[in-house]
Design a protein around this ligand. Sequence first.
Ligand SMILES: Cc1ncc(COP(=O)(O)O)c(C=O)c1O
Length: 462
Amino acid sequence: MEKSFRFSNSHADYQARDAKSVFGWRYSPRIVFKAGKGTKLIDLDGNEYFDLTSGMMCMVLGHSHPELAEVIREMAGTMVHESSWYSNPWAIEFAERLGEVTPGDLKVVNFAVTGSEANEIAMRMALAATGKYDIVSMIRGLHGGSLAVEALTSVGGNRRKSLGPLMFPAKANALLPPYCYRCPINRTYPECDIACLKSSEEMLEFVTSQNIAAIMVETIPVPGGMIVPPKEWLPRLADLAKRWGALLILDECQLAPARTGKMWAMEHYGVTPDIVTFGKGLSAGLAICGTITTPEIAERTRGNAGLPWAGTYSSDPMPAAVALKQLDIVLRDKLDERAERLGQFAEARLKKLADKYECIGEVRGKGLYRMLDVVKDRTSKVPDPVMAERIRYNAALEGIVAIAVKHYFRFAPPLIITEAEIEDVVGRLDAAIQRAVDGFPRDVDVRESSSLSIGDRPIAAE
Ligand SMILES: Cc1ncc(COP(=O)(O)O)c(C=O)c1O
C-alpha cells in the first residue's frame, strides 16, 4: 500500500491555523513540530524525524543539548538582554574565543543578530576602510535577505523580483562561479587553469565603476549549489582582490564552526580574508551572528559608516553565553575532526545512492555538509527540481526532515550524528528516492517552499 501522511485532528487544526495566520514559506505537508532531541525532531503526533538540516544549519550539537539547556536555564534567571551600549562577560569571552580560533589577525568582533546584518556590517567596513563603493560578489552567491545584501545575492527564484531601485546600486555580481560540474564557460578542470576567474577579472573592469571596496564571497557557496571551489580558486581570488586594492570578505554563515571538517572553511584553502562573517552554526540557534576583522581595520573604520554597528539585540548576554558554551564544546569534542571523518563515511554511502539512481547527478560538499544535485539524467545534467521535491517529500514520509531548494537536496545533520544514524538515514533516503523515481507523489508544486525556488513558472508533473 502507498505510504501517506496521517495527521491527528489537533495537528491538522494547527496546520490550518498556520496557513491562515503565519506568512511564511512552508514545505508540503505543513508538519508542525513540538520538540527536538539530539538529531531528531518530534511532530505534534509524536512521530520522530531525523533533522537533516540541523534547523537552519544552526543546531551543530543537535536539539536540546543538555549542557546548552543548562546555560539557557541559568541565563534566564541571570540576564537575558541589556542595552547594546553596555557589555557583559559572556559577549566579551565569546568574542575572545572567536579571536582565538580564527586565523591570522582576525580578532575583533562586531556582533549582529542575523547573517544578513553581519554581511551588511562587513560592507560598511569595506566602504569605510577603503573610501571606495563597489562591492563585487559572485553569481550563485547568497548573503542574506535585507536589501543591501540581497543586491549581492544571485541565486534566482523570486527573491529580487519587483525590488527595482531598492537594490543597493553600487555593486556587481561579476564573478563567475567555479562550478566545475556545470562550468559557466564550458571548460574542464584542471586544464582550464581556473579560466572562470580570468574571465571574472575582465568583468570587474567592464561592469564595476572600478572603485572596488570589497569582493565578498561564500568560501564554499552553498545555496547556489554547494560549489566547492578548486584549491587554487580562493588564493587567486585573494590575489585579485589585493591587485584591485579591495578587501576580501568571506561569508561563512553556512560553514562555521567545524561543519566542513575545519573550524572555518577558509582553512581548507589557506586563505585569511580581511573580514569574515558568521551566523547560523556559530549562533547555536539563538541569533547571535557577527563580523570579525583585524584591530587595524576596526580602528580605521571607527566612527565612520555607522561603525561599530549596534542594534537592539547586539551582544545580548543569553545568546552570547549559549554560543560561547557551544563553541567550547565544539573545541572540547573536536567536532571538526568528527565532521571530517563522518563526512567521508556519509559521502561514500551517498555516492552509492548516486551510482544506483540516474537522477543523482553528483554528490558535492565537504565534511558533514553534502548536497545531492538532482538531474533528469547524468549525461544531460539538466536540473530536476520536481524530482528533488519528490525526494524531499518521500524523505519526510520515511522520517527525515530535509531541505530541497531548486534541484539541490541538502545533507547537513547535527555534527553529533553517529555512523549508525548515517546508515539509517541513507537507508531511508534510498527508499525515498526509489518512490520518487517511481513517480510518487504525482503532483508537486515547488513554488511555496522557498524564495529561492523556481519563480513564477508553474512546474507541471510529467
Ligand atoms: C551564506 C549565507 N549568508 C548569509 C545568510 C543570511 O543569514 P540570515 O538569514 O541569518 O540573515 C544566509 C542565509 O541563508 C546564508 O546562507
